[in-house]
Ligand binder design. Structure first.
Ligand SMILES: [Zn+2]
Length: 379
């Protein structure tokens, strides 16, 4: 089974080199945070800011009146419990180095070989009791917030940087206490790990005392999303979701959260059977997509069904999550995709919409159509 080679799904374009091994070096954090070329992507209470229909970001040396004084206040408390959100009012997370700009004068260079523009996400939850005060971020609060609609109209590079920052900052803003002992936790490694502050050796903490690590890592929730096709790709099963688009309804692939101790393939088989009653043995992964609502990874798969009078029969009686599921002729779906101009949703029949290019479901449906066309042309 081939994958979608070379193509990035929306939110899945890796424009920054994460250099994850450098995040634990305090010298790296401090030198990158203070370099004039470093670019900050500000969020206010988890919401990014908008600049002419795109993601707002600002270089340190362009923001002497706003970001620089904030960084100066944060530098002394990096990797200490004073940097917790409730004390500082700020979460900061290193995103990576933007490379391909090595020749520009004044570029950030670390240990003579890691070059590029450092990117940080910075999220403000300030009040009168936090180290950073509301007055410190005054000019940022005048910038409009980035709407969900604008996010899906941005170019994929900006959307992917947004998604990357959003997922780390969302995690940092939600987790305040150690799951092992209830002590406060604080960010380390440039905001990519959370450390337990319990220093009392007589109080046991499964997180702090674990043999492998004493920190908490960010979470990513895996979701399987699967296109169901007949063995000859002549039919595709799509399911109706609850959302409406004017007078039209949406049909798409089915999806569900993976459960512990499940393989991707078994999660697909389970979701297919639970939601549609269809029995499908043959499952393969096609492509994946980070999805920052809030911290999902969509694992896009294809399920191929061998029709035998039983396997392909649709039943919505099991978990009753779907309003409807139907087998459609791939020929008709392919026609709808060929008429699609790439903007917004795909118009399929008068009253049905299919997901557009920003959704991994679109690529899975297109994959089935491509398989169908290849098969037709070889007959
Ligand atoms: Zn603990």
């Amino acid at each position: 089974m081939s994958t979608l080679r070379g193509a990035s799904t929306f939110f899945g374009c890796e424009t920054l080199n994460r250099v994850s091994f450098l995040r634990e070096e305090v010298e790296f954090i401090k030198s990158s945070l203070t370099h004039g070329s470093t670019r900050f992507v500000p969020f206010i209470r988890g919401e990014a800011l908008s600049s002419n229909g795109s993601l707002y970001s600002v270089r340190l040396d362009e923001s002497q009146s706003v970001i620089q004084p904030i960084i100066n206040k944060l530098l002394p408390i990096i990797n200490t419990s004073a940097s917790r959100l409730r004390n500082s009012g700020v979460n900061l997370t290193f995103l990576g180095l933007k490379q391909g700009e090595d020749l520009r004068e004044g570029v950030f260079v670390y240990r003579s070989q890691y070059k590029g523009t450092p990117y940080y996400g910075i999220d403000f939850h300030v009040d009168s009791g936090t180290l950073i005060k509301p007055s410190d971020i005054g000019p940022l609060t005048k910038i409009p917030l980035l709407s969900r609609e604008t996010i899906f109209e941005m170019d994929n590079e900006d959307a992917s940087i947004y998604s990357h920052a959003k997922m780390y900052l969302d995690w940092l803003s939600k987790y305040h206490f150690c799951p092992g002992c209830g002590s406060p936790i604080y960010p380390v490694d440039a905001g990519t790990k959370l450390q337990c502050s319990n220093s009392n050796p007589e109080v046991s903490c499964q997180v702090r005392d674990a043999r492998v690590t004493n920190v908490c890592f960010p979470r990513t929730d895996p979701v399987v999303i699967v296109a169901i096709a007949s063995r000859d790709f002549g039919k595709i099963c799509l399911a109706r979701s609850k959302r409406k688009y004017g007078d039209a309804v949406m049909y798409s692939t089915i999806a569900g959260f993976m459960e512990p101790a499940e393989t991707v393939e078994n999660a697909c088989r389970r979701e297919i059977w639970e939601e549609t009653g269809i029995r499908c043995e043959d499952v393969a992964m096609i492509t994946t997509q980070p999805w920052p609502y809030p911290v999902n990874l969509m694992i896009g798969c294809l399920g191929v069904v061998d029709a035998n009078g039983v396997n392909e029969v649709i039943s919505l009686a099991h978990d009753q999550e779907l309003l409807d599921a139907q087998w459609f002729a791939t020929e008709d779906v392919n026609k709808a995709l060929e008429d699609y101009d790439g903007d917004g949703l795909v118009r399929f029949k008068d009253s049905i919409r299919l997901p557009g290019t920003t959704a991994v479901a679109f690529h899975l449906i297109q994959y089935v159509c491509d398989k169908y066309k290849t098969r037709q042309s070889s007959l």
